[in-house]
Each structure stands twice: as C-alpha cells, then as structure tokens.
Design a binder for this molecule. Structure first.
Ligand code: DX5
Ligand code: ZN
Length: 215
C-alpha cells in the first residue's frame, strides 16, 4: 500500500477549515492529528475539541497520534471526537496490551508508536494484536525536523516481524518525509507516510499529496 496522511500540525490554524477542504479535495488517505501534552514531548499542540471540529468537516478518516502521558485516560474521548485510528506511544504505556484491547473494544483501529531509540523487537509479543505501527523518524514534538536515516532499517526489520508473526499491521512513518525519503520508505516496506511541512509548505499541496502516493 502507498498511503499518505498529511499532518495537520503544519497547517495554518487561522484557516483550518480551508486546509481541511484542501485535504478533502486531495487523494490523501487520512488526516494525521498530532496531540501533544507538553509532558511526554516538549511542546503543546491541541486536544479533543480541535479533533472533533476537524471530524465535523473532514471526509477522510482521522489518524490520531497521542504524544501524551497516561494515554489510557483519554482513549474514550478521542474515540468520541471521531478518531478512526488511535496511536499510543510504547514509551508512555505500562500496560500496553490492555490499552490496545480498550482501543479495539471501542471499534477504533489500534496502533503503537516507537520513538527513534526504541527497538522494533520490543513489539514481538504485541504485533499480532496491532492494526498499525507508527515509527518516528524524528524525535516527537515538532514538525519540520530532519529525517533520521536509521529509520529505513527499522522499517525493514518491522516488515519482517509482521510477516513472521502473521500480523496484519500496517507500517506508518512520521517525520521529515519528502519525495526522496518517501520513495525509499515505500521500498523498505512502509504503507503510510505522514507528511506535515512538506505538504503544507508546498505551493501545490494537492499535487504534492498525489505525487507522494505515486513514488
Ligand atoms: C512530530 C509529529 C509529526 C509532525 C511531522 O512530533 O508527530 O507528525 O507533524 O512533521 P514533518 O512532516 O514536518 O516532519
Ligand atoms: Zn505524528
């Protein structure tokens, strides 16, 4: 699969409605919503009210990336706000299995995110239960950072783990994606590319989204 999830973090929040309209018109597959709490990551972005407003006008499924501590406290609220996929960080979850079960029990796709320093092998006993794994290719907290090259290797390793364990998890990669990086990521086995500044900073965002899907 070659899917694209524009990250709304890089949108102009003065005209969020127009930015969502642009995504509606594009052939993007998801809208990636980056929720940051200023504790798990050194930045604060937005929470449920914004996700809910996006949901009201958005015709693409919402891919909600929770960069927060104690994500289990907020799963239900983000499901209510319209999330189709909820991603929690491996590093933020003591009882990961039970959180994944809770997400799936609410009828939402369940995903786990790994920070750049977290090994793919740690997912061995949970991979069969996951709908998606999100690999961070920058340190979470900010858009517009440089892609970390070690991610290509992690994508291949994760693909192998998924096949070995008969898992149906999709592989999503987040941070520093552009045409050059995206092509290599798809070749390594990625299914979904998140792209923030590359899409919203481009002169023709609809065209950029289209080209990202055809690399
Ligand atoms: C970073 C976020 C990303 C970010 C990506 O913490 O998780 O989703 O928006 O932005 P770019 O594509 O600009 O690196
Ligand atoms: Zn993200």
């Amino acid at each position: 699969m070659r899917l694209v999830a524009p990250s709304i973090l890089a949108a102009d929040f003065n005209k969020l409605g127009e930015e969502i309209e642009m995504i509606n018109k594009s052939n993007a597959d998801f809208v990636h919503c980056d929720v940051m709490d200023g504790v798990f990551v050194p930045n604060i972005s937005f929470g449920q009210p914004i996700v809910q407003s996006i949901f009201k006008i958005c015709r693409k499924p919402l891919d909600v990336h929770l960069m927060i501590v104690n994500p289990e406290k907020y799963i239900h609220e983000f499901q209510q706000a319209g999330a189709s996929i909820i991603t929690v960080h491996y590093e933020a979850c003591t009882h990961l299995h039970s959180i994944i079960e809770e997400i799936k029990g609410l009828g939402v796709k369940a995903s786990v995110c790994l920070n750049p320093h977290t090994s793919v092998g740690l997912l061995e006993d949970i991979i069969a239960d996951l709908d998606m794994v999100l690999l961070m290719s920058v340190n979470p907290g900010f858009g517009g950072q440089k892609f970390i090259e070690n991610t290509y290797h992690k994508v291949s390793e994760l693909k192998e783990l998924i096949l070995n364990k008969n898992s149906s998890a999709m592989i999503e990669v987040d941070g520093g994606v552009n045409f050059e990086v995206g092509k290599k990521l798809y070749e390594a086995g990625a299914d979904i590319l998140v792209a923030g500044s590359f899409v919203f900073g481009s002169d023709e965002p609809i065209e950029t989204i289209s080209r990202l899907k055809q690399l």
